[in-house]
Ligand binder design. Structure first.
Ligand code: ATP
Length: 686
């Protein structure tokens, strides 16, 4: 009868980058139901070969058959529960307890809960497992490796791939493990491929493959090797073979020592499969994993609730509020300090000739300046005030009334066309602002205009005239939408909210895939049959819960606590905010998939924050940008949706208006586009 090979490798070539060949025309035969020890110096390519066997990496050329088929094909069943894989790294999840780890790996292999329990009872003594509730991050290195080993043995796979399972274990436990492997190969027909640095323990295997310079120096039973080199030390045999390889050609070596293997015979009679898993079971297990990782990670709560709470509260307590404690110097050449501001000047109306007489009108205007906004400080003359301001820089500017201010104002009302130049120049309030701060200058200018207009309207009325005479010949009517005196905070809040809700999920999801990859769990579960799409979609689903919390916190705080006005539908606001947060999350996944490390991912997330904030119209309207940047800005995920949110909030625009549905379309396009790229990248990188 032809010997069945559980694993066959033919003419395998594999390298990393140009000119670095790790596997060089390698042939391997692993007979079914044996322990096959793959030995070789550190860095010779053992892990590389195993990762190609389990389908995590692809050969550059050559063929691999595993359990009768090529990895990835249906008849092979790999990736899937037929294989048990213990990678070289621990490849567990820190936030898992032993119980969680076994349940997770058991469930993705399709085991029932009671089957996992039964198996745990069998493995607990064999592997001296730690207490079932101890978290992986609190276990010793040896304990972690034993749990990782238990996870590989759990579903009684047909093929066990163990990359250095006995490192760091005491000799008694190592012995137990070898005995157990011998038992399952004999009794259950399991095939085991094992790598070890303890060369002598490989004597207990049925077959040994000695790997050097990308080729097998030998592939035979330990006894054949020992007797061929007349030694009882495998190490010595390996040394002699290595020396021979340097002298002889590869062909001579392989021909002389390789035992007949049955040639290329990929036919393999599969056992009936013990466990069948499907996408639903695997997805539930993955969701459970994500949830536990979130709950048990100290940053989880901080990111989902505390951060949006803090950021929204900070916004409402900082942006758009009126500046306070500003000082204004006052120089009044007409009436000095107006007797401690108690004197308000005089406005007398003479009914008979319908004229008005003003005395010290400047005092009236000075009294009209709200002390809560602008604290007044009097100086005797302009030069003195100017010098003081240059020295101290403790005021926003100087307000100056000239000597004939009242007379000038009186003439302006009564006899404007015949006024002398001197009087015209006296009939004005001179304000010199000394602040480089544009927002404060703008604020002070608006305030002073408003105060002046109010006072002037009243004075004109006291003179028996309609207050309209006080108006400038330009009139700003009530806006069609929104408020007349909308402040800066109300203008930026829609885009601020969207930017916040976009970047909060980005910062979490940008590290998700990298964390999975770095911990080794990514490759391990792919070998167990989980697909990249399942990993991505379950991450999307579990983070969606976090997103809902974040959106709710931000909106309840803004509209509930801080009374932000909303003219339109709250549902529309909730929908666009949630979609944008979803877009931020997918953008984070895109970063995570594209970057090789947490550091690079952080740079990418932070690096894209400022360009996006600058371009999206949060700080300054995009109407002021150069044309090219404006067009670029319109393609970004926050600009048009930001406008949509403004439309709903400030104008109450309905969904059937292009200004609203365009925002939804832009975000949807970004979400689907980014998701597609993520899936493509993940598939390409295997
Ligand atoms: N992703 C990678 N990119 C570039 N080089 C790699 C990569 N993975 C492994 N190598 C290199 O390939 C060679 C073989 O590595 P591999 O991990 O397969 O060796 P090994 O025999 O398992 O070593 P050890 O016994 O120390 O675990 C090493 O020189 C290693 O540096």
């Amino acid at each position: 009868m032809t010997m069945q090979n559980a694993v066959m490798v033919r003419n395998a070539k594999k390298g990393y980058g140009a000119g670095v060949t790790i596997l060089n025309d390698l042939n391997v035969n692993v007979p079914r139901g044996c322990i096959y020890s793959l030995l070789g110096a550190s860095g010779c390519g053992k892990t590389t070969l195993l990762s190609c066997v389990v389908g995590v990496r692809k050969l550059d050329s050559g063929d691999i058959w595993v359990l009768g088929g090529k990895p990835g094909t249906k008849e092979c069943g790999i990736p899937g529960p037929r294989i048990g894989y213990m990678p070289q790294d621990v490849s567990l999840i820190d936030e898992f307890s032993l119980f969680d780890a076994l349940h997770f790996f058991g469930r993705i292999s399709g085991m029932e809960k009671y089957e996992i329990e039964e198996r745990y009872m069998e493995l607990k003594d064999l592997l001296q497992l730690p207490p079932r509730n101890r978290l992986v991050k609190n276990m010793s290195g040896g304990q972690q490796r034993r749990v990782s080993f238990a996870a590989a043995l759990l579903q009684r796979p047909e093929l066990l791939i163990l990359d250095e399972p006995t490192v760091g274990l005491d000799p008694v436990l190592r012995d137990n493990i070898w005995n157990h492997l011998a038992k399952i190969t004999k009794e259950e027909g399991v095939t085991v491929i094992i790598t070890t640095h303890y060369i002598e323990e490989a004597k207990q295997s049925d077959r040994i493959g000695l790997l050097r310079n990308g080729q097998l120096l030998a592939e035979s039973s330990p006894n054949e090797l020992l007797s061929r080199f007349q030694t009882d030390s495998l190490e010595e045999a390996f040394l002699t073979l290595s020396q021979q390889q340097q002298e002889q050609s590869r062909q001579e070596n392989i021909n002389s020592i390789s035992s007949p293997s049955g040639g290329i015979n990929p036919s393999y009679n599969s056992q009936s499969r013990k466990y069948q898993s499907n996408w639903k079971i695997r997805s539930m297990a993955l969701l459970y994993k994500n949830l536990l990782q979130f709950i048990r990670h100290p940053g989880g709560f901080l990111f989902s609730i505390v951060l949006p709470f803090l950021q929204v509260s900070l916004f409402f307590n900082t942006i758009g509020l009126e500046p306070k404690d500003l000082k204004l110097y006052i120089v009044n050449d007409e009436a000095g300090k107006c007797h401690g501001q108690k004197y308000l000047g005089n406005v007398t109306y003479y009914e008979e000739d319908r004229t008005c007489k003003f005395i010290d009108l400047s005092c009236r205007f000075i009294a009209g300046i709200d002390e809560n906004v602008l604290e007044k400080k009097f100086y005797d003359n302009y030069e003195q005030a100017k010098n003081r301001l240059n020295d101290k820089r403790d005021a926003i500017g100087i307000m100056h009334f000239k000597k004939n201010f009242s007379l000038g104002m009186q003439e302006k009302i009564e006899n404007m066309v015949r006024m002398s130049d001197n009087l015209i120049s006296a009939a004005a309030i001179y304000v010199t602002l000394h602040t480089p701060d544009r927002e404060i200058a703008l604020f002070a200018t608006q305030k002073l205009y408003k105060m002046f207009n109010n006072d002037f309207e009243k004075i004109v009325e006291e003179c028996g005239l309609n207050k309209k005479y006080a108006h400038l010949p330009i009139k700003f009517e009530k806006p069609i939408y929104g408020k007349e005196d909308q402040n800066y905070g109300e203008y930026v809040i829609p885009v601020f909210l969207l930017t916040l809700l976009f970047f909060l999920p980005t910062s979490v999801s940008s590290s998700t895939i990298i964390t999975d990859r770095d911990s080794g769990i990514w490759n391990r579960i792919l070998v167990q049959g989980v697909t990249t799409a399942e990993i991505l979609l379950t991450h999307l689903m579990s983070q969606f819960i976090i997103i809902m919390i974040q959106v709710s916190v931000a909106l309840i705080l803004s509209f509930g606590h801080y009374d932000l006005d909303c003219e339109g539908s709250m549902l529309g606001i909730f929908a666009i905010s949630t979609l944008l947060a979803l877009c931020g999350m997918v953008y984070g996944f895109f970063i995570s998939v594209s970057c090789s490390s947490h550091v690079v991912a952080n740079y990418a997330a932070l690096g894209s924050f400022y360009p996006l904030v600058l371009l999206c119209g949060l700080i300054w309207p995009i109407e002021g940008m150069p044309k090219a940047l404006k067009w670029l800005s319109l393609t970004l995920p926050i600009t048009i949706p930001g406008n949509t949110l403004r439309e709903i909030m400030h104008k109450g625009t309905d969904f059937d208006n292009p200004d609203v549905y365009l925002g939804f379309l832009v975000i949807s396009a970004w979400i689907f586009g980014l998701l597609f790229i993520c899936l493509f990248q993940l598939k390409r990188s295997g």
